[in-house]
Design a protein around this ligand. Structure first.
Ligand code: HEM
Length: 420
């Protein structure tokens, strides 16, 4: 199965001078990578198509991240990304995802910001809640949420599948898993959107972070007084290495789950339906072969890498002969690594028959996504139930289906079908 690819030259700006470039970074390796733009292309990630031709395998982007660094080394090749994810002796997650620092908080985002062996202690508390067995228990609830949403629009012959479906079901599942009240739904989404989709706008990110933390602290106090059988309560009353979790560990874990669990599946769903609505033959094939849905989900995820993780360097070393110093940051550029032709045959082609689809969308190494089984199950059910119940659909004429960078997503996707 192939698709028409719009070949767009990668947007890279070269600079002969730039403030704040560390002295050990050669200027010829400085490339400002303004990689993902707001766009309406069939494949919103096609902008990285030429990265292997145009850029060296490791380069320095003076990209500004308001909380972590002023510039970052970028690795783009599959093997280099794998090494950065797996080699925790050399690459640390210290300070990772530190949105809370915008509002002067000093706690760490857990379990992400802990290196092994401490990292394992935090995962021990959380792993049972995200195991395949635990997700089996959640499955009827996930299906219920999904089908209730479909009931709401199936007879109308149209819906905004990003806004009225993908945006809602993962959040409802997450609220229930954690024990958050359903009336926080809209507030949560507003705060989350400000943190993850404001393209580094520190003012908006600060507002979202402040709102979320104030609420989460009041939630923690409530659950401390009245424990229940939900994950939020299990964290508040949890044991780490045989002792009660500290205040910082509790807010760090709950806030990180809140950041990681709310919006990632929604963003993935929006791009999955964006592709399907434009590809009737892919839709047809999956309708005729529902057993291929798990392979399709893997391929949707490979071709929609939402997150590029970064790591802090623990010791001086070289990558492809380039000197990397202790304290530098290295970004795993999954947006390219998931399309490395040395790992994936015809990488820009959506294929249901990939034998080994070891993409980086859910990262790799010890910090591989904790929510991976939940995310996969949600995506599979969202797709298979929709295809089972809703007739063939297409993008509504004249609809704006732009994908926006940040945690890249199509916030709106009106689609139409002929009601049965
Ligand atoms: C398609 C949906 C998702 C994507 C693309 C995704 C992506 C990722 C990535 C790339 C990482 C690694 C970050 C890094 O190494 O810097 C990660 C870690 C994590 N994710 Fe997800 N995620 C998804 C869904 C979820 C869900 C639904 C949850 C929880 C409800 C979740 C919770 C976590 C946690 C707790 C970690 C940290 C793991 C650790 O440090 O050990 N994720 N995720």
């Amino acid at each position: 199965m192939s698709e028409t690819l719009e070949r767009v030259p990668i947007k890279v700006r070269r600079h002969d001078s730039w403030p704040d470039i560390p002295a050990h970074v050669p200027m010829e390796l400085v490339h400002e990578l303004d990689y993902l733009d707001e766009n309406s292309r069939t494949d919103p990630f096609s902008v990285t198509e030429n990265i292997y031709n145009e850029l060296p395998p490791v380069f320095f982007s003076p990209q500004f991240n308001p909380v972590l660094y002023k510039g970052v080394w970028v690795v783009t090749r599959y093997e280099d990304i794998r090494e950065v994810y797996q080699n925790d002796a050399l690459y640390s997650t210290e300070g990772a995802a530190g949105f809370q620092r915008l509002v002067g908080e000093t706690f760490q985002m857990l379990p992400l910001a802990a290196d092994p062996p401490d990292h394992g202690k935090y995962r021990l508390l959380l792993n049972p809640w995200f195991s395949p067995k635990a997700i089996n228990v959640l499955e009827p609830q996930i299906k219920g949420v999904i089908n209730e949403l479909i009931d709401g629009f199936i007879d109308k012959g149209e819906c905004d599948v990003a806004f009225d479906y993908g945006r809602i079901y993962p959040v409802k599942v997450f609220l229930n898993l954690m024990g958050f009240p359903f009336d926080k739904f809209e507030d949560f989404l507003e705060w989350e959107y400000a943190i993850l989709h404001s393209r580094g706008d520190a003012k908006k990110m600060t507002w979202g972070t402040q709102g979320a933390l104030t609420y989460l602290r009041s939630f923690i106090e409530e659950v401390r007084k009245s424990p229940n059988d939900k994950l939020g309560s299990a964290i508040v009353h949890g044991q780490i290495d045989g002792r009660p979790a500290t205040e910082d560990e509790i807010i760090g874990t709950i806030f990180f789950l809140w950041v990681g669990g709310l919006d990632t599946v929604a963003a993935t769903t929006s791009l999955m339906f964006r592709r399907l609505a434009q590809d009737p033959s892919l839709q047809q094939r999956l309708r005729e072969n529902p057993e291929l849905v798990p392979e399709a989900i893997e391929e949707f995820m490979r071709m929609q890498p939402l997150v590029n993780s970064s790591r802090k360097v623990k010791a001086d070393h070289e990558i492809h002969g380039v000197k990397i110093k202790k304290g530098d940051h290295v970004m795993c550029y999954n947006t390219a690594g998931n399309f490395d032709p040395n790992e994936f045959e015809n990488p820009r082609e959506f294929r249901l028959d990939r034998q080994a689809n070891r993409h980086f969308t859910l990262a790799g190494g010890p910090h591989r996504c904790l929510g991976s089984h939940l995310a996969r199950r949600e995506l599979r059910l969202a797709l298979s139930e929709f295809l089972r119940r809703v007739p063939p659909f297409r993008v509504k004429e004249g609809a704006d289906m732009r994908a926006y960078p940040g945690l890249i997503a199509a916030p709106r996707l009106p689609i139409v079908w002929t009601p049965a």
